[in-house]
Design a protein around this ligand. Structure first.
Ligand code: AMP
Length: 112
């Protein structure tokens, strides 16, 4: 499958890994929008939030146990934002489900 994040998970494209286990992979965003900007992805190819189902929801539930571990390891003690863009209106550029962790400074009070 011609998927950028599948290739990153497989090690075919380099990334700066911050976390990995059997179901999740996390790496630093190549174009950071905050002092700390990490992407957390499932190791199964799920296209977006819109493709989450009862069959693959375990990956998503697992990722949401990993996110606070990463935030703690990154020292995001004052908080952070978790974002997942979906489709054209959501400005999703990579069609593999990913959750952005943004933090390390005061973020803007606007969401869109
Ligand atoms: P989105 O626009 O929500 O689909 O987010 C995709 C994110 O992937 C963007 O923030 C990009 O900067 C990031 N990105 C694209 N290519 C790479 C890469 N090779 N390594 C790390 N992050 C990437």
């Amino acid at each position: 499958m011609d998927c950028l994040f599948c290739k990153i998970i497989a090690g075919e494209i380099p990334s700066t890994k911050v976390y990995e286990d059997e179901k999740a992979y996390a790496f630093r965003d190549i174009n950071p929008q905050a002092p700390t900007h990490i992407l957390v992805v499932p190791k199964a190819h799920i296209a977006s939030v819109d493709a989450i189902s009862a069959e693959n929801a375990d990956y998503v539930a697992h990722i949401f146990t990993v996110i606070p571990q990463i935030a703690k390891a990154e020292g995001l003690v004052d908080g952070y934002r978790v974002v997942s863009n979906v489709g054209q209106h959501g400005c999703q550029s990579v069609k593999h489900l990913h959750f952005h962790i943004l933090g390390g400074a005061q973020l803007k009070d606007t969401m869109a």
